[in-house]
Design a protein around this ligand. Structure first.
Ligand SMILES: Cc1cc2nc3c(=O)[nH]c(=O)nc-3n(C[C@H](O)[C@H](O)[C@H](O)COP(=O)(O)OP(=O)(O)OC[C@H]3O[C@@H](n4cnc5c(N)ncnc54)[C@H](O)[C@@H]3O)c2cc1C
Length: 193
């Protein structure tokens, strides 16, 4: 799936009803498990959900370098959309935030949006707006980018590949680079970590 992302500048904080939500850097706005499943299944089937599962980040509350003033904050949120979709999900995303933080809309000072194609333009790694470098199913977890003995070797001797295109896939865990470096050390210097 692709993602549609909105960046906001807001007056004050996101007015979450729950005090716990005001203390979290990242929130998953889905309400119930059933609602999240329905939204994700609808998207996977190629349609845009009315109540999208929204991932929302409010890092400037905890990292002052993200916002020049204390009374204004930067917030971003995204939801999944069918790969390559250009549908504008701003309204649906803001409606979902508003459910858990009534009054959020009135605090918006500025916003910027990215549809899937704009995301891909920004980072060619996000094909069709997919921030995960392709579907991560069980097979893809071990065989990306291709089914071969070591996924970190390439056909050019001495040239290795890491990134979310290799196991264990996307995320900021750093393990793709770790495994690729391990492979290279073993091949070139016979060093086993
Ligand atoms: C909004 C958002 C939220 C996310 N949230 C999380 C999260 O909470 N937790 C988490 O673990 N992961 C998250 N991710 C995913 C995570 O950021 C990626 O999985 C991770 O950054 C992938 O790392 P990478 O090094 O493989 O690729 P990237 O970080 O995408 O780096 C690839 C680089 O290569 C450049 N590039 C691509 N093609 C070319 C080309 N042809 N020529 C030159 N340069 C090129 C790109 O510009 C980019 O700088 C999120 C991603 C996004 C977009």
């Amino acid at each position: 799936m692709g993602v549609f992302k909105v960046d906001w500048v807001i007056e004050g904080e996101v007015p979450f009803t729950s005090p716990n939500c005001r203390q979290a850097g990242t929130l998953h706005l889905g309400n119930t498990f059933e609602e999240i499943t329905a939204a994700q299944q609808t998207t996977w089937n190629g349609r845009s959900p009315e109540k999208p599962f929204v991932l929302l980040a409010q890092q400037s509350l905890f990292d002052s370098t993200r916002s020049p003033t204390k009374d204004k904050n930067v917030v971003w949120g995204y939801c999944h959309v069918p790969n390559g979709s250009t549908k504008d999900m701003t309204e649906a995303i803001e409606r979902q935030v508003e459910r858990f933080a009534p009054g959020f809309r009135e605090r918006i000072l500025a916003k910027h949006t990215f549809n899937t194609l704009q995301l891909e333009e920004h980072n060619p790694n996000y094909v069709g707006g997919d921030i995960n470098g392709g579907v991560i199913d069980l097979a893809q977890l071990y065989t990306r980018p291709a089914l071969r003995w070591s996924p970190y070797r390439t056909s050019a001797k001495g040239l290795y590949i890491c990134s979310s295109s290799t196991p264990p896939g996307s995320g900021v865990h750093g393990m793709c680079g770790y495994h690729a470096a391990k492979r290279a050390l073993k091949d070139i210097f016979n060093i086993k970590l």
